[in-house]
Design a protein around this ligand. Structure first.
Ligand code: ZN
Length: 299
């Protein structure tokens, strides 16, 4: 079984010009669960001034009608975010820092050393509040400011994260720079270090290598991937920006290769098409367009 965690509500919606209303988000979460998603990142607890699309994170989470067995997760980047996530009733928090010093300073206004210290505090506070922690490393495969990120540096951060007693580890190719060989080599080592703890990969398709990297990561033993329905993420209104790997595209490839995901691609394709209509803009995912075309066969 390969587990896909839906990121469209967070990574996707935070990059849309249009602010999606809370009740529509709540409906979508239900539809995504009906389509088989068991893990959904529903919001990020960041400052509403910087990310107005996530300003309803608290009210959204408080209104969730939580279903048994589903993981509702929130992204937090600082202690304030942890406090908000816990107060909003989430028991799964994704605490994340960057592997790149420059990106960390731009994104979180912290040096790497400061971010590592803050991460430790975030983990402690989350676990004290009864939440499971997914410890994330952004820009683990490359940074647009710094270029290559040394593998030894990433592995040091992985060790640091694991030493804090996190429940799950997540590595993000935030910039879409990873290549399959790099993916296979690094993730092989990371999976070994995690000693059975879930290792999640967050992939962006910016250089069109997303699914190739999924394949390489599968070979390295990764069983968890972040995906977004319709390939949301990045900015659909800027040509060069691309999103997460699409949930339905990834699930389809996995099914063809004999893996189970529990995901109903037909239901997801309907969700993606409805969002395309809502936005008045074609999404970057490919499969929902094929699936919704009655004249062609997909096997
Ligand atoms: Zn992302």
């Amino acid at each position: 079984m390969i587990i896909l965690e839906e990121q469209g509500l967070r990574d996707g919606f935070q990059n849309l010009e249009k602010i999606v209303p809370t009740d529509m988000k709540l409906r979508l979460i239900d539809q995504l669960i009906d389509a088989g998603l068991q893990r959904i990142q529903v919001a990020s607890f960041v400052h509403p001034k910087w990310v107005p699309q996530m300003a309803d994170a608290d009210t959204l989470c408080l209104q969730l009608k939580k279903r048994k067995g589903v993981v509702y997760s929130g992204l937090v980047l600082n202690l304030k975010g942890v406090e908000r996530g816990l107060a909003a009733g989430l028991n799964h928090l994704a605490c994340s820092i960057s592997a790149s010093n420059t990106h960390s300073q731009k994104n979180a206004r912290k040096t790497l050393a400061e971010a590592k210290l803050a991460f430790k505090e975030m983990v402690e506070l989350s676990q004290k509040g009864g939440a499971k922690v997914r410890g994330g490393i952004q820009c683990a495969f490359g940074c647009r400011y710094e270029g290559k990120i040394a593998e030894t540096h990433v592995l040091d951060m992985v060790k640091h994260h694991l030493d804090q007693g996190i429940d799950e580890l997540a590595l993000a190719d935030s910039t879409g720079m990873a290549n399959p060989h790099q993916m296979r080599d690094l993730m092989g080592k990371v999976v070994e270090m995690a000693k059975g703890k879930p290792v999640i990969l967050h992939l962006h398709n910016t250089e069109n290598k997303g699914l190739a990297n999924v394949y390489a990561a599968l070979e390295a033993g990764v069983k968890y991937f972040d995906t977004a329905f319709g390939g949301l993420g990045g900015c659909p209104f800027i040509k060069s920006a691309t999103g997460n790997i699409a949930t339905e595209d990834t699930a389809h490839m996995l099914h063809q290769m004999g893996y189970e995901t529990g995901i109903d691609i037909g239901k997801l394709a309907v969700i993606s098409e409805a969002l395309q209509t809502y936005l008045g803009q074609e999404l970057q995912g490919q499969l929902y367009k094929l699936w919704n075309n009655p004249e062609i066969k997909i096997v």
